[in-house]
Each structure stands twice: as C-alpha cells, then as structure tokens.
Ligand binder design. Structure first.
Ligand code: SF4
Length: 350
C-alpha cells in the first residue's frame, strides 16, 4: 500500500511522527503550555504497566500539576496561576467521576474562553453515549482512548458519530506488544480516529515490580523507560508508515519529564515569582531569608514567624544578618504553592 508517507519524522529524544500532523493537545504540551489536571485516581482497569503513584491510584485524589485541590473552583485558580493555555485531564480515569469532569470542563471554558484547549484521557470503560454527548456540550475539545480491552476501542466510532470532538487513541508500547499496537492502529483508523499516540513505556517505582515479573528491565541508556520500548515503537511506526494513512506519533518518556515538565515549571516560576524571588533556568525560584528571632528588621517581607524574605543576594543577606542578627539563607524551591525547599538547610546558609 502506498500511503505517500515516505519517512518517519523527528528524533527519538523528542518525538517521532508518521503522517502530516500531531494532535492539537500534543502541540500545546510540547512547550509546557498545558496544565495537567489529575481529576481522580479512581480507575477499574489495573494495567500492569500503570505508572501512576500508588498513593494516588484507586483514590479519589484531585490535583493540578501535583498541587492538591479541593474543588473545581480551586482547580481553575491553580490553572490561572500557571498561565496555562490548555489542560490535559487525566487520572485514574476522569470518567470515573463524570460530574466533577463535566463541571471542570465547563468551568475552564468559562474562565479562559473557547480557545483554551482541553483534552481528556480515558480507557473508554465509562464512555457511554450520554457521557460523550455531555462532554462535547461542556466544551471538551479532544478525547483520547486508551483501550484496555478490545471492545473499548469501539468507543472511537461512538465519539465520532455523536460528537464534534477530536478523537484519538493512545497506548504505551514495549517489546512483545507490537502486534497489539498494530491491531489498535488498524482499528483506530477503521473506526475514524484522527490520530494514534504511542508512548514509550515508563519504568518507574509504581510499576517496576509488575514489569520485572514479565521480564522487562529498565533501559540504562534511557533511564526510567522499559528497555526495547523505543525499538518496538520504531517497528510499529515503520508498519504504520507503509500500511496506514492515520497520523501516528511516538512520545518518548524522557521528553515528558525533561522538557514538557521543565518548560511548565519555568513558565510557572516566571509568572508566579514574588518580588523577592528570582526564577532559575531550571524551573525553580530562589530567594533569601533572614531568620532573625530578636529584632524585626526594616528590610524584607515578613513571610513566617521571625522570617524576613529578601532577594537572593549574598552581600545584602550577609549585611542584614550583621545588622539585625540571626541567620541568612538562600532558599530554592519549585514554584508550588507551599514552596517546599529543594536544597538542605546546611547548603542554604549564606
Ligand atoms: S487505565 Fe490508566 S490509570 Fe487505569 S490502570 Fe490503566 S494505566 Fe493506570
């Protein structure tokens, strides 16, 4: 079959693509412009390769970029803090909590407008016709099915028939799963999906023992990924290039962590820095603290009991410590709301 798709584009460190386009949701993920909303950890699938932390999986946890939130309204505020231009709704399975998911989609569209792009991952288990229609009416732009069972892939046709959403399929690949991936791509194309994403299989603490039981190991050259996952994906991409017309995109695990997440943190650090904080190039912020238990200094902002925050300037901090007494430190943290330090107290002393 001549599909006219002569090449696999890209590089294995960033992305590989067969076809002329990738999903809109992926275009915004690349530069870290999407908020990752963990809608719930509830999920009835139990995939052996599930990389979700076990303190979240199976629990009704609600987070935005790892920040716990208690309500849809708080989630929207957290998305605004990040200055995101879209959101990815994930879990667990967001459709295990359809009411929360629908309220969230509506609230995000209301707060940020119709151009704010939202995509959602689901196994398809709970994707009934009425839920699909409700998601479409709420404003969901893109739905990605991760079919954990053969019959769930039929939801692609249902979503295409009943809604105007962009519909795709996303699965991980590892050695031994090539035939499954090829079957999924064939079915996705037959049922009218617009794209297929192949993910490099992650090898992380939550799934390591299950993977090792099946004979998988970590790739020493590509940390936190299953050895052979890239080779398996390449085989599938070559098959797709020669046999299908549907766009197929491979997303390396390292790309997600090293580039998307860092871009998102960098952006958040520059948007959310307080006057005394300095964003670093690697997605953290730094600031100085004068911990002065006896005298209240007339410099800095009081940001805790006997703690006065200042720009992270060593000379300034040392001078303030001489003048007012106490200890001067430079603190570095990810731009989370709690600003949990990433360097130890000893390292931080000026
Ligand atoms: S469907 Fe997703 S969240 Fe649920 S077990 Fe599988 S990989 Fe994990």
């Amino acid at each position: 079959m001549d599909t006219g798709r002569a090449r696999i584009l890209g590089d294995p460190g960033r992305a590989l693509l067969v076809g002329d386009r990738m999903a809109r949701g992926c275009e915004l993920c690349f530069p870290g412009l999407k908020a990752v909303i963990f809608v719930t950890g509830l999920c009835d699938d139990g995939c052996f390769y599930c990389p979700v932390d076990r303190d979240k999986l199976g629990r009704d946890v609600f987070k935005v970029n790892e920040e716990p939130v208690e309500s849809v309204e708080e989630a929207v505020l957290e998305v605004a803090r990040q200055g995101a231009e879209g959101a990815s709704l994930t879990g667990g399975d967001p459709l295990a909590r359809p009411d929360r998911t629908l309220r969230l989609v509506r609230a995000l569209k209301e707060a940020f407008g119709p151009r704010f792009h939202i995509h959602l991952y689901t196994s398809g288990r709970y994707a009934t016709p009425s839920i699909l229609v409700a998601l479409d009416e709420a404003g969901l732009d893109e739905i990605r099915f991760h079919p954990t069972r053969r019959e769930f892939i039929e939801r692609v046709a249902l979503a295409r028939k009943l809604t105007s959403m962009s519909v795709g399929v996303e699965i991980p690949v590892a050695p031994g799963m090539e035939e499954w991936a090829i079957w999924v791509i064939r079915e996705a194309e037959r049922l009218g999906a617009e794209f297929v994403n192949l993910n490099e299989m992650e090898f992380v603490a939550p799934n390591a023992s299950q993977l090792m039981l099946r004979g998988y190991t970590e790739d020493p050259m590509r940390p936190f990924t299953v050895k052979g996952s890239l080779t398996a994906a390449l085989k599938v991409l070559e098959w797709a290039r020669d046999n299908t017309g549907i766009p197929v995109h491979f997303c390396p695990a390292r790309f997600k962590d090293a580039i998307q997440t860092r871009n998102r943190l960098r952006r958040l650090a520059s948007l959310d820095a307080r006057w005394f904080e300095e964003p670093t190039g690697h997605g953290t912020v730094r600031w100085g603290e004068l911990r002065s238990p006896h005298i209240k200094p007339d410099v800095g902002e009081e940001c805790g009991p006997h703690v006065y925050c200042l720009p992270p300037n060593r000379e300034l901090l040392a001078a303030a410590a001489r003048l007012y007494g106490g200890k001067a430190v430079i603190v570095e943290a990810y731009p989370t709301r709690s600003r949990e330090p990433v360097v130890s107290e000893e390292e931080a002393v000026v």
